[in-house]
Design a protein. Sequence first.
Length: 215
Amino acid sequence: MERTLVGGPMFGGTVFGGTVSGATGLLRQARPEEDAARISDFVCGLSPEARYLRFFASVAPPTSGLLRALSGGTGADVLLVVNGTGAVIAHGMAADASPGDRLTSNIGLVVTDRWQQHGLGGLLLSMLVGRAARRGVCSLVLDVLPDNRKMLGIISRRWPDARWERTPDALTIRPAITPWQAAGGWPVPAIVRLPASQSGIRQSGEPRAASQSAA
């Protein structure tokens, strides 16, 4: 059953059954075989700046290996927001790893240029973090370019005490998942109301969406 997400105080919205008026999108898990072409079109449709901030390089068109990963074919948890025509407008993924005896997850997300700063990135981040926590993940890895001030601002607000490391390519942030964040997220698929104004569907107190560079 599809649920509806609307603006609210926690993790971008409130869940309830039914429909909403206005433009809507569908938040759902990626299907590797069915969504590869859609995700390729999405990546190619990003501005050069958005692609660079997310992938650290020009990846249009994406290689077969990258496309397989972005479609969930390598086991990552991949969430999409698609519009009424089925086109992808936001993409987020969490790739789990087990260094030592702790399960971590590398988070990456990007929103198409038209829909940036409307809260979709924050919604995806909250969903991915909550889902990761339910898989037993305790901490995250986020690789962000120093020029990506929007994403760095989001991370600083959500995890002000997180550990930052400078690498040759980026800043690596390793925040722990808080109990409040672990409780976030809802079952998918879910209907998302696409905002008609800049108020968006962002989490209360959070910055609006931004492209994030992490693979």
